[in-house]
Design a protein around this ligand. Structure first.
Ligand SMILES: [Mg+2]
Length: 392
């Protein structure tokens, strides 16, 4: 048992990683501007420390490259071939050292890197017998959550879902939009919910600057933000749009690193950042972006990638940091899954708050390993290379 006095001295050394792919059925298909998802292919990592401690992490890459260029299959390849070999057998004094090792000479593949890097944070929390949230510097034991509502065929159907979400306690109603299903949908939701509910729209890069006057019509609805209206790799055009609109622009897809967050602040490309640890390469980068934004007076919130309860554990811990001052997309397990991979499942109270498991070490939830085994369609064990070939 680790005593508090040697918490900070616990080091990690991973001697095995088991990768599994599972298929988890969504309760209902989820539609965004770039496609429809009905089941989630999820890559899970089980990380074994040399001491015998172990934990789980999740790779958030989707099946298709609709959100970023990564997919579950590219992430699987990247982890197996290029990334895990750098981690396996190597001693780290702190999980904060892992990100730089993964960045060296491997461009991109942030979600693959994040699955490993976050697993190292989770493992460090286990080794130090500390809640992950505490290890990250979290300051709260409950975090507010919003809901993300997919695109509906008719405004009236969106309104019904938005009203049900408000009744359930959600603190922020996020509406996915795309050209042809935007201004009138948002208007219908605002009219139905009244002026006091926090509403936002997320376009997942479905517009261009040719739509600038059309998008400016959204200013009428007092949205708390408009998320990622323009190109996934764009900062300059978002700055142009932000100058035209009173609604704060929030960037999601565009913020892939600490540097990009600093560029966004310098260019005034928006006023809010959605932090997804998978998109930025893990928790160390997420923490730094959180700090950079705090210094600039810019609020952040934690986005979602249709994670299972394992990925959710990492997001909830991250969202307990102080500058996560807007509700995250941290919906309870039952919103997406008939049965989640963890117990207790993630729940939300009637005030729209999710409890941070600050009294339990590690991820703060038990992983249902029998269920994972039953759902697994692919499995691979990774170990340190036994033969080192000298470079010529
Ligand atoms: Mg988004």
């Amino acid at each position: 048992m680790t005593s508090p006095s040697d918490n900070t001295r616990a080091a990690l050394q991973i001697d095995r990683i088991t990768m599994r792919e599972i298929r988890l059925e969504l309760r209902e298909p989820f539609r965004i501007s770039s496609g429809l998802m009905s089941a989630r292919r999820i890559a899970l990592l089980e990380l074994f420390d040399a001491s015998g401690a172990r934990t789980w992490s999740e790779c958030v890459a989707f099946q298709l490259p609709i959100y970023s260029s990564e997919t579950i299959d590219t992430a699987w390849l990247a982890i197996r071939e290029w990334l895990a070999p750098r981690i396996l057998g190597r001693r780290f004094e702190s999980p904060e050292e892992v990100h730089a090792v993964l960045e060296e000479s491997v461009r991109g593949h942030n979600m693959a890197k994040a699955a490993l890097e976050m697993g190292c944070w989770g493992l460090a929390a286990v080794l130090r017998a500390t809640p992950l949230a505490t290890l990250l510097g979290g300051t709260r034991d409950r975090v507010p959550t919003g809901i993300s509502l997919g695109i509906q065929p008719e405004p009236v159907l969106l309104v019904q879902r938005a009203q049900a979400a408000v009744a359930a306690g959600y603190r922020k109603i996020k509406v996915k939009i795309q050209p042809g299903q935007d201004v009138e949908y948002v208007r219908a939701v605002r009219v139905a919910l009244g002026d006091t509910v926090d509403i936002m729209a997320d376009a997942n890069s479905a517009y261009t600057l040719r739509d600038i006057e059309h998008l400016a019509q959204l200013d009428e609805f007092d949205l708390i933000m408009l998320e990622q209206p323009l190109g996934d790799d764009d900062l300059v055009r978002h700055a142009t749009l932000q100058r035209r609109m009173t609604t704060p622009i929030c960037l999601d897809e565009s913020i892939t690193s600490v540097d990009r967050a600093e560029d966004m602040i310098a260019l005034r490309s928006g006023r809010i950042i959605n932090i997804k640890p998978g998109r930025v390469g893990g928790l160390s980068a997420s923490k730094t972006i959180h700090d950079v934004a705090a210094r600039a007076g810019m609020p952040v919130w934690c986005g979602g990638m249709l994670e299972s309860g394992i990925g959710r554990a990492y997001n909830v811990a991250l969202a307990s940091l102080p500058n996560f001052s807007l509700p995250g997309d941290l919906s309870p397990s039952a919103r997406y899954w008939a049965r989640d991979l963890v117990s207790p499942e993630w729940t939300m109270d009637l005030d729209g708050m999710v409890r941070v498991p600050v009294n339990r070490p590690g991820l703060g939830v038990a992983v249902d390993e029998d269920l994972i085994e039953a759902l697994a369609v692919r499995r691979e064990d990774l170990r340190p290379a036994r033969v080192v070939v000298a470079a010529s």
